[in-house]
Design a protein around this ligand. Structure first.
Ligand code: NAI
Length: 259
């Protein structure tokens, strides 16, 4: 296999692997030879991803838990080391969208949960992943931020705050850990057709195609992204051949950030 796409013998930890980006990335890395530690609090979805990845030839450990709890991040890293002897790659991807509304109506529980899951989940993930990678003197971490981490997020202030913090953590980790050969980057996707965006329980009366058309209106490419368009970039960022990219927050946004 071309070394840009060869993940044989690599051990990758992915949070939020039951659905959307996390599920698709797990399958892409499994196809390319990686063994996996997969996490999510959706046990049913996680089991399906595990089965798919095993069918593709990967050895998989799957653990359920709430990524907002530090102990869960620690448990995931320990599972990688106990089962596979190392951790080469970590993708801090699990995340939630808030109920949308103007900043003047922001409530404490919404803000707290956003920061607990979308920011602390990444911060504690980094803490425990970096400890193992520091000892190995090697590793690559990808944090999933958002376009909301790069600019204002009208009607989604708590999400925007949490995703900006992910970029701050990414840059700090990259600078602290560059000297020990651990790369830490973030990806900032525009709206993408995953269950988070298409979920009919979030917008039970909406026509999803219409909603997605509206989301895409301001985007130069006039459409939201397909999952594989984001996941392909994730694979490139994590590629063992991509060994000098460190500390950046990469927009994958159909040209939004060029406007
Ligand atoms: P998704 O909803 O399909 O997947 C997210 C996964 O994270 C789900 O399986 C969910 O069960 C899991 N999860 C959520 N909270 C958790 C917790 N506390 N503990 C453990 N697992 C938890 O959504 P999607 O779109 O794949 O989202 C993945 C990441 O991408 C998130 O961080 C999201 O904020 C980010 N993102 C998504 C965009 C989109 O338009 N879909 C755009 C930009 C960023």
């Amino acid at each position: 296999m071309d070394n840009l796409l060869d993940f044989s013998e690599k051990v990758a930890l992915i949070t939020g692997a039951a659905s959307g980006f996390g599920k698709s990335l797990a399958e892409e890395l499994a196809k390319r030879g990686a063994n996996l530690v997969l996490a999510d609090f959706n046990e049913e979805g996680l089991t399906l991803t595990k089965q798919d990845c095993e069918t593709l030839g990967s050895k998989v450990i799957a653990l359920t838990g709430d990524i907002a709890e530090e102990a869960h991040s620690e448990e995931l890293v320990k599972a990688a080391v106990d089962n596979f002897g190392k951790l080469d790659i970590a993708v801090n991807n699990a995340g939630i969208a808030p109920k949308l509304g103007p900043l003047v109506h922001l409530d404490g529980p919404t803000l707290s949960r956003q920061l607990d899951v979308n920011t602390k989940g990444v911060a504690f993930g980094l803490k425990h992943q970096l400890r193992v990678m520091a000892a190995q003197k090697e590793g690559a971490i990808l944090n999933v931020s958002s376009m909301a981490g790069l600019g204002g997020t009208p009607m989604g202030s708590s999400y925007g705050a949490a995703k900006h913090a992910v970029i701050g953590l990414t840059k700090t980790a990259a600078v602290e850990c560059g000297p020990i050969n651990v790369r830490v980057n973030a990806i900032c996707p525009f709206f993408t057709s995953t269950p988070m965006v298409d979920n009919p329980t979030m917008n039970p009366n909406d026509n999803i195609e219409e909603v997605n058309k509206n989301l895409a209106r301001g985007c130069p490419m006039k459409r939201i992204a397909r999952v594989e368009e984001i996941v392909n970039v994730m694979v490139m960022i994590l590629s063992p051949a991509n060994s000098y990219m460190n500390g950046i927050a990469i927009p994958v946004d159909g040209g939004m950030s060029a406007m």
